[in-house]
Ligand binder design. Structure first.
Ligand code: FAD
Length: 456
């Protein structure tokens, strides 16, 4: 049977764009359907605009810190529409680059929402397309629990296009998106509270990192409320839809906020895809795939956030490259999800790669921990009381470094290099034999001595 395309990709985000472009370059006839803007979550409402906002928010602290370095006090004011609109222009520029890249590679771009008709046929705006292979790369969407007044909250999607900046905001959630937005709002001068129902934010991260980072968030001005859950929300004045919101907490207290951001997780974006028509099975709400990203229907593949393994852009791209190797070289191997370096662009930022102390313990490993907590050199003059955490885990059986963690300026940048070292199997002796960059925070990782051993 002949089809219109060798490959039809649903979703032009991180994974979909990479798979379409490379497959087309290798000779496949490819089409990609995109319901929104090219580039997907990362480019439009995720990593990129968020990082631009983080840069903007850092100036909020930078002006006051500059005084100790001789700069005279400036009455700095922040104009939200300027940053928002400059960010949007940059994103539109990137959308154009994606458009050119795909077109140049020979990929046909179809604008609209795709749904399955059968295992080889999809429909977009009433038009049907057939393909030998179909790749589902539709990503994920924010999850907001169905509590009373949930419609009064916004998700991260809306944060990038707010008409005006609130005076007082409540961020609900404890994951990386919640702490990042709390830092962004706080940096812009918004009176920011972060409410999380658990004991500590950033579940899954090393416990020392969680405790240290949350303490720094509080010092930077975020009102952190742990063990706090929301019962309901309502408008303070029913005739003012964009006015204040009254939050009722589960302990009965009430408080007014101008903006409530729910950052309480993301779920695979499979609504309306009509997966049943193609016989595609789910596992806990995510598309079920085998190691070659094949769904329960042999010619349909899925990757990225919609399979809910590790929801990060470089992982979606890595999975796309693994799939390309499988299609074009017959390489059937497990994608390696170990030792993925990760950054949380909070203020201060976090960088982490490898095992946390708790994970190493749970695996029953014999290991030692080096740990340092110090004031970064910059802050000896800045007046800031911000501190920095560095932590290294070493396997006692073979001296290999099995985890690196950092909270402090540039952590996201520093962790990338440490990720290479861990991936290459570097030992503590290799770290010790590496000459430090002086003066820097990063050199802490190559100068840990017996004196830094953590008593466990
Ligand atoms: P996406 O990039 O989400 O792309 C899916 C695309 O499919 C979307 O464009 C969508 O419109 C489209 N689509 C959906 N359904 C259909 C349909 N039926 N028909 C046609 N098109 C459809 N990751 C990092 O690595 N670093 C970060 O700093 C980071 N920060 C983030 C910050 C925020 C606020 C958010 C929300 C996410 C962040 N991420 C970050 C996660 C990252 O954005 C995702 O992991 C990544 O985009 C997943 O890529 P994907 O290809 O699976 O899906």
């Amino acid at each position: 049977m002949s089809y219109q395309y060798d490959l039809f990709v649903i979703g032009a985000g991180s994974g979909g764009v990479r798979a379409s472009r490379i497959a087309a370059g290798k000779g496949y006839k490819v089409a990609v359907a995109e319901a929104s803007a090219l580039g997907g979550t990362c480019v439009n409402i995720g990593c990129v605009p968020k990082k631009l906002f983080v840069y903007g928010a850092e100036y909020g602290h930078g002006f006051s810190e500059a005084e100790g370095f001789g700069w005279s006090k400036q009455e700095a004011t922040f104009d939200w529409p300027t940053l928002r609109d400059n960010k949007t222009k940059e994103i539109e520029r990137l959308n154009g680059i994606y458009q050119n890249m795909l077109t140049k590679a020979g990929v046909e771009i179809i604008n609209g929402y795709a749904k399955f008709i059968d295992a080889h046929t999809v429909e977009v705006d009433g038009q049907t397309y057939t393909a030998e292979k179909i790749l589902v790369a539709v990503g994920a969407k924010p999850y907001i629990p169905a509590i009373d007044g949930a419609e009064l909250a916004v998700s991260s999607n809306e944060m990038f296009y707010l008409d005006k900046l609130p005076k007082k905001a409540l961020v609900v959630g404890g994951g990386y998106i919640a702490v990042e937005f709390a830092g962004i709002l706080n940096g812009f001068g918004v009176d920011t509270s972060l409410a999380y129902r658990g004991d500590q934010v950033l579940r899954g991260f090393d416990q020392d990192v969680r405790d240290f980072a949350s303490n720094e968030y509080v010092k930077s001005g975020v009102d952190l409320r742990l063990n706090t859950d929301i019962q309901s929300m309502r408008l303070a004045d029913a005739s003012q839809a964009d006015g204040a919101r009254i939050v009722t907490f589960k302990d009965g207290r009430e408080e007014s906020f101008d903006l409530i951001l729910y950052a309480t997780g993301r779920v695979p974006y499979i609504d309306g895809l009509n997966l049943d028509a193609a016989g595609i099975e789910l596992d806990k709400g995510a598309i079920k795939v085998n190691k070659n990203f094949e769904t329960s229907t042999a010619n349909v593949f899925a990757l990225g956030d919609v399979i809910n393994r590790v929801q990060l852009t470089p992982v979606a791209i890595g999975e796309a490259m693994a799939l390309i190797q499988y299609w074009f070289e017959g390489a059937s191997k497990d994608y390696d999800y170990d030792n993925i370096p990760t950054a949380v662009f909070s203020q201060p930022p976090i960088g982490t790669v490898g095992l946390s102390e708790q994970e190493a313990e749970a695996r029953g490993m014999d290991f030692r921990v080096y740990q340092g907590d110090f004031r970064a050199m910059k802050h000896t003059l800045s007046g800031s009381d911000a501190r920095c955490l560095t932590k290294l885990l070493v396997d006692n059986s073979n001296d290999k470094v099995i985890g690196c963690h950092m909270v402090g300026d540039y952590a996201g940048e520093i962790i990338q290099g440490l990720g290479i070292a861990i991936k290459a199997g570097a030992t503590k002796a290799d770290f010790d034999a590496t000459v430090g960059v002086h003066p820097s925070t990063a050199e802490e990782f190559v100068t840990f001595s017996e004196g830094s051993l953590k008593k466990r």
